[in-house]
Ligand binder design. Structure first.
Ligand code: X5A
Ligand code: ZN
Length: 647
């Protein structure tokens, strides 16, 4: 449905007219550098370009008490009345354009003209308050957009994700008693020693009155937070609440001063991390994501991070994250204290916050290697952009299968002789239909391993699902995959003679018990309800996957998988964040065209349908999850959300 890019050159006009070391970083080049890079990458050309308009007095009045227009001579005097503000004669025009850009973006998304978008604006907005400019911000662009989405589009639940490195106290103040706006902010805090030095930026500020629990602060008490810390914050704090909240729209206060190189933030997250954060948000609200630029003062880092965000909004898979995925102790302390502060207000956190017994009686004990071989984790994943994003290789191409125009139905098959050689060890693959399906799968898998195709779907005959998956794993490992993640649903056993060399991680989701037979061999029951399914994905599957850092993902829906279509779509959408989106889904031959269709669209970058208000996880589901986390946390560090569990 497309991505909007909202911009107006006039927003480069406001600039510093006198010496002020605090304000000088908020420069016009921030916008031009980002835009130039978007052009260079061919990303601007793929967007629907919208020329920003000025917000009206009435629209500004949704959030602000009064606006004044001043003569130049008064500007410096006026600036002095605020914290970190330097006005320019063009400031008011720019600020009205910035607010207007946010409104246009929300209108474009909520009228269905586009699926999502980014507004590239100056001045930023999230520090601005009802009657005070603050921290380079004049009007609160995102707050105005949120109020407008409620008032003009009748929305009832809006999630605001503020990934800027500063606390958007302006947004917090404006909505602290409003349960229709869930405001999440992480920010450099250093126990209150970082600007804006507010007590109410800490984790225990959770909103007031009706809005209790709808303000979520995650203060970072150290600098240097990186990819693992940011992804852990999303998996263990933001996303559980966001799914429970079930937003109709996601607004992002998209500041990139939280990226590596920024002089304000002093953090370590690489630009690719913003592709992951964006992708993780796209599973909410049917993919209606509106990002509005806030801070970001290192031009190179800003430009790259903006490209990563736009690229992901356009549906491209996120590049793999670099560096080891181990959250630091200070990050875990912060995440834990925010979870504890929010637990009284959110069902999805309650059960998990009560520490369960460490072991289930009689459960097997993890006897894996002490840690993942670091040599394996250090190898870079080479994932050049494939020419085909998604290919579907079904045995009997189904004419009722409606696919987006850029998803291709693969006709090709691997050579007969080669297919037979791979099939030979398996009796169940001897039949003609099984061989035909295998030939198609091998052809598709080779296309993916060669880098021509990014993701795909292949069919497996019901009688040969396990054997087909076995061949796919072996073929993947012998033809270039360094680390293969296999998520197997239903009656599929781990191939018995698959090597325990750390190159494959097997996760089976199906009935019965939770067991970690080794750190590379995990099995967990399929939760019956949406709430349990979500905690399984966010609390187990994704942390394992992000820790393992695979370069190929197989998702197999085997016999009796029992997965609902919308759950399968969510799982596929989220696994697409791994391995540069190199995900192969294996479906049973008699799966419905609807299931194949929804998976194809999701693998191709479309948003999964929203799950709606979700049920709570059952106590048994939570128990299974907590047990596995206890077993596996020492090895797979992204599972951690409690600092004291680590030696
Ligand atoms: C939007 C933004 C930062 C203000 C810092 C003042 N403002 N020292 O990043
Ligand atoms: Zn900032």
């Amino acid at each position: 449905m497309g991505t909007a890019l909202v911009y107006h050159e006039d927003m480069t006009a406001t600039r510093l007219l006198w010496d002020d070391p605090e304000c000088e970083i908020e420069r016009p080049e921030r916008l031009t550098a980002a835009l130039d890079r978007l052009r260079q990458r061919g990303l601007e050309q793929r967007c629907l370009l919208l020329s920003a308009r000025e917000a009206s007095e009435e629209e500004l009045g949704l959030v602000h008490r009064e606006t004044q227009v001043l003569g130049k001579e008064e500007l410096q005097a006026l600036s002095g009345q605020f914290d970190a503000i330097c006005f320019h004669p063009s400031t008011f025009h720019c600020a009205r354009l910035a607010a207007g850009a946010g409104l246009q973006l929300v209108d474009a998304v909520l009228t269905g003209a586009v699926q999502n978008g980014l507004a590239l604006v100056r001045p930023p907005g999230h520090h601005s308050q009802r009657a005070a400019a603050n921290g380079f911000c004049v009007f609160n662009n995102v707050a105005i957009a949120a109020a407008h989405a409620k008032q003009k589009h009748g929305l009832h639940r809006i999630l605001v994700v503020d990934w800027d490195v500063h606390h958007g106290q302006g947004i917090q103040y404006l909505f602290e008693d409003d349960p229709s706006i869930l405001y999440f902010s992480w920010h450099r805090y250093e126990h209150g020693r970082f600007w804006p030095f507010l007590r109410e930026s800490d984790a225990d500020a959770v909103g007031r009155g009706q809005g209790l629990g709808f303000t979520v602060n995650l203060p970072w008490n150290q600098v240097g937070m990186g990819n693992a810390d940011y992804v852990a914050a999303f998996l263990h704090l933001l996303l559980p609440l966001a799914f429970e909240f079930d937003p109709e729209l996601v607004l992002v206060s998209a500041g990139f001063d939280s990226a590596i190189g920024d002089p304000e933030g002093q953090m370590q997250a690489t630009p690719e991390c913003f592709a992951h954060l964006t992708q993780l948000l796209q599973v909410l609200a049917g993919g209606r994501v509106c990002a509005v630029l806030e801070g970001g003062y290192h031009l190179e880092s800003l430009a790259e991070s903006v490209c990563m965000t736009v690229q992901t909004l356009l549906g491209d898979p996120a590049p793999p994250l670099s560096g080891s995925m181990v959250p630091c102790q200070s990050a875990l302390e912060s995440i834990q204290s925010a979870r504890a502060a929010q637990a009284p207000h959110w069902k999805s956190l309650q059960l998990q916050e009560e520490r369960p017994p460490p072991l289930l009686p009689g459960g097997p004990v993890c006897k894996g290697a002490a840690s993942a071989p670091s040599s394996l984790l250090d190898q870079p994943c080479l994932c050049p952009a494939p020419s085909v994003r998604t290919a579907v290789a079904l045995t009997a191409p189904d004419i009722t299968l409606v696919l987006p125009p850029d998803v291709i139905q693969q006709e090709g098959s691997a050579l007969r002789e080669e297919t037979e050689a791979w099939a030979r060890p398996h009796e169940s693959l001897a039949r003609e239909e099984a061989l035909a399906a295998l030939g198609k799968l091998l052809y598709l898998l080779d296309g993916m391993l060669d880098g021509q195709v990014n993701s795909g779907i292949a069919a497996t005959p019901a009688s040969a699902a396990a054997a087909t998956l076995d061949v796919a794993i072996r073929r993947g490992l012998s033809h270039g995959a360094q680390r293969l993640l296999c998520v197997a649903l239903g009656q599929l056993d781990r191939p018995p003679d698959l090597a325990h060399d750390g190159r494959s991680l097997w996760l089976n989701i199906r009935g019965k018990e939770a067991a970690a037979l080794s750190m590379f061999h995990v099995s967990t029951p399929l939760p019956a309800m949406t709430g349990g399914f979500l905690s399984c994905i966010l609390g187990l599957v994704l942390p394992l996957a992000y820790s393992f850092q695979p370069d190929l993902v197989l998702v197999a829906l085997g016999p009796g998988h029992g997965l609902q279509g919308r759950h399968a779509a969510l799982l596929a959408a989220m696994l697409r964040g791994l391995a540069g989106g190199r995900v192969l889904a294996l479906l049973e031959e008699d799966s419905t065209p609807q299931l194949a269709g929804i998976l194809a669209r999701v693998l191709n970058g479309e948003a999964p349908p929203s799950l709606g208000a979700s049920s709570v996880a059952s106590p048994e589901d939570v128990r299974a999850l907590m047990y596995l986390r206890g077993q596996l946390e020492p090895q797979w560090k992204m599972l951690q959300c409690h600092p004291h569990l680590v030696a």
